[in-house]
Design a protein around this ligand. Sequence first.
Ligand SMILES: Nc1ncnc2c1ncn2[C@@H]1O[C@H](COP(=O)(O)OP(=O)(O)OP(=O)(O)O)[C@@H](O)[C@H]1O
Ligand SMILES: [Mg+2]
Length: 373
Amino acid sequence: MKLLSLSYERFRNLEPISLEPSPHATIAVGENGQGKTNLLEGLYLLATLKPLRANKLSELIRFGEPSAKVTGRFLIAGAEREISVEVIPGGRTAFVDGKRAHSLDAYFGGVSVVAFTPDDLAVVKGGPDGRRAFLDRSVFNVVPGYLDESREYGRALKSRNKLLKDRAPMSHLQAWDATLAKLGARLWVRRRGLMVSLVERARAAFQRIGRSPLEAQWSYEPAHLGEGIVFGTASEAELAAQMLGRLDARLTRDVERGFTSVGPHADDVDITLGEKPARAYASQGQSRALVLAWKVAEIENLQQQNGFLPLLLLDDVSSELDPERNAFLMGYLADSGAQTLLTTTDAALVTRAAGADTKWYRVHAGRISPEHR
Ligand SMILES: Nc1ncnc2c1ncn2[C@@H]1O[C@H](COP(=O)(O)OP(=O)(O)OP(=O)(O)O)[C@@H](O)[C@H]1O
Ligand SMILES: [Mg+2]
């Protein structure tokens, strides 16, 4: 898969532009607040239909405009496809070769992207919601249908929580439980599968990134799963039955608190370094190395699954890494041969990722212009 061209219309502060990225590194340099993240955000939206950082997709629409649009031409399995996403205040629509894409699986069959952002680097030290979102982005990359599955779960959860808050009769609540348990078990199985395919690679990558003799470990276990079931080997149906039982067992507590306390939305990813919780004990540099290791594992996993490398987006991460880890990352990018879009405030930090075919751009006040180096 290659991205051949990319264009933006009414997207955030970006002036309308069409650019042709390099098959390897494309580097956008600019001061703070000029539109570098916006540039990556548009491509991320195109490749995932999800926002990279916006809470609401409508934030992507340029102030005062009715809609925003991002279009990319991709080479997928030897054929050129034009993919575009239009965002209006009420939602977004995806098009493949000018036709509205009805099946998300068809849309994603061949485009995948791994993004590195400064927010990602903070995930080890942050709250569980950040780690769940981080895990979910990885799951979504290998199972595109997960986007819909987790939305469906989210809707069911919201309905149940509303009933809890409204102190609705138990029978109304219990009517939701079977649905919630079924959808929840599906998410558990998806996350478990992702962990199985990624953890060993991430551990090995952490050793490569190095500068720490400690062993890294990632694990995921549902919170409050209860007795009599082994998460690692239980079937989806067994997990659904267990979740249903747990919803019931915790009902009185949930009614008191006004929210559902068991299910994939309440879980966390445990990250340890030398068997100690990384959240409490890892240094900044170690935490960032853990995130890098995870991303490297994700790239390798996608390459193995799809037979091609994902597109890599790096949003000014070099300035957040110490020189050795930045050197590792830049060397990794250059050696991997992946198509990469990097942004930076300081070109010197990313020159190791650049090669003869690198395309350089300058981002200033929303205008992206080619730069010769
Ligand atoms: N919907 C929008 N319409 C118009 N301008 C917007 C919109 N959303 C954000 N902006 C503007 O985009 C600019 C920020 O762009 P962006 O976040 O890409 O900067 P950046 O170059 O990544 O900066 P930094 O280096 O600080 O991360 C701000 O000036 C902001 O006001
Ligand atoms: Mg930025």
